[in-house]
Write a protein that binds this ligand. Structure first.
Ligand code: SF4
Length: 364
């Protein structure tokens, strides 16, 4: 994805000028515009969001705002794709900086997944159901739709995996090995039943027998932010702050989630922290912008990241106020820049996998 080169008339503005111009552009666009802010987005940008949330909640929310002609998604590429898939044809989705991608989503390319599917179907017996995490490209969601599978979020992954295990002999779980492993283990599967598929190795790097005995084949993908948290960090934070509670996102490594007191999606983390009694101490394993915001908004609780560096989602960070302003001012002028448009056939198949997820969630 190409990085947008901004004109000097935008890059030379100071912070106050940027804020004023963003506010003015928003006002001109009125109800024709919605700005979506993912929880991991930087403060200078999220303050302009009409709504904050995780990617699926934001895409659904925008699709229901029928008067919104423009949906500016301050998130990453796959999130904007999901918004386009769920929105009406007249709604145009804009990503302020086209280079705001997701390292995890980029780890599963369609041709690699198709090769894996052919190989798995050849060497194993029984039915395989593909499940992809929301954090994947539209083409991967469409693949799951075409092959009788579903999408899942970090909140509904247990329900979706249970559904698939009841109907099939094994799951191909894409693209986050950690979410797949953490969820499968919580559902009672053994680690040996969940081999990892490395797309750069013959048969994913597994003997046929291992694949045949598997219940979940985990794609070798990960989030570069959450994978940085290590068991050592949990041990250090516990010894420094006796009594601290550790909460980790399920995109974290298995060993970290096992050591944590709690694990769950961003929405679950927010709920746990905000509903805990005043004075509770928390070490949080997720992206640093969300942790910092939780710290500021909950002064009556002690909240810190699990590790000292506090890793940021560097690609989401590319959506800065300058790119937001540039995309909004172009919309004011009637030019739609950085539009994310998913091919109609891909979108139709991806919707099948998304609808399957919604159906499973509704049954819970
Ligand atoms: S935090 Fe990780 S999974 Fe989420 S958008 Fe960034 S790289 Fe992707």
């Amino acid at each position: 994805m190409l990085q947008t080169i901004l004109p000097e008339r935008v890059t030379r503005l100071n912070d106050n000028e940027l804020d004023d111009r963003i506010r003015a552009a928003r006002e001109k666009l009125g109800r024709r515009l919605v700005i979506l802010g993912h929880h991991y987005q930087r403060d200078e940008v999220i303050k302009f969001a009409d709504v904050r949330g995780d990617s699926f909640k934001l895409a659904q929310w925008a699709a229901n705002r029928k008067e919104a002609e423009y949906i500016v998604f301050c998130g990453v590429h796959f999130m904007a794709e999901s918004a386009d898939i769920l929105s009406a044809d007249y709604q145009k989705v804009v990503l302020p900086d086209m280079s705001a991608g997701c390292s995890m989503a980029d780890m599963a390319a369609l041709d690699q997944v198709e090769t894996c599917w052919e190989d798995l179907s050849r060497v194993t017996t029984g039915k395989i159901i593909p499940i992809t995490y929301m954090n994947s490209a539209a083409s991967i969601k469409a693949f799951c739709g075409r092959h009788g599978g579903a999408v899942c979020t970090s909140s509904n992954a247990p329900a979706v995996m249970r559904w698939a295990l009841e109907r099939g002999d094994r799951i191909l779980f894409l693209p986050d090995q950690h979410l797949g492993r953490n969820t499968g283990y919580a559902l009672g599967l053994r680690l040996e039943e969940m081999p990892v598929w490395d797309p750069y190795e013959e048969l994913g790097g597994n003997p046929e027998e291992v694949l045949n005995n598997s219940r979940v084949v985990l794609w070798k993908g990960h989030c570069s932010v959450h994978q940085r948290f290590l068991p050592l960090h949990v041990a250090q934070v516990r010894s420094r702050y006796p009594g601290i509670r550790v909460i980790a996102h399920p995109e974290c490594r298995f060993e970290v989630v096992q050591l944590a007191d709690e694990s769950g999606s961003t929405e679950h983390i927010i709920k746990c922290l905000t509903q805990s009694p005043a004075g509770t101490k928390w070490a949080v394993g997720t992206e640093i912008h969300l942790v910092n915001r939780l710290m500021k908004e909950n002064p009556e609780r002690f909240i810190i990241p699990i590790d000292d560096c506090g890793c940021l989602c560097s690609t989401m960070f590319r959506n800065d106020p300058q790119h937001l302003l540039w995309s909004l001012e172009n919309l004011v002028e009637g030019r739609v820049v950085n539009q994310i448009k998913v091919d109609s056939e891909v979108a139709a198949n991806a919707r099948i996998a998304l609808s399957q997820m919604l159906e499973i969630s509704a049954r819970k």
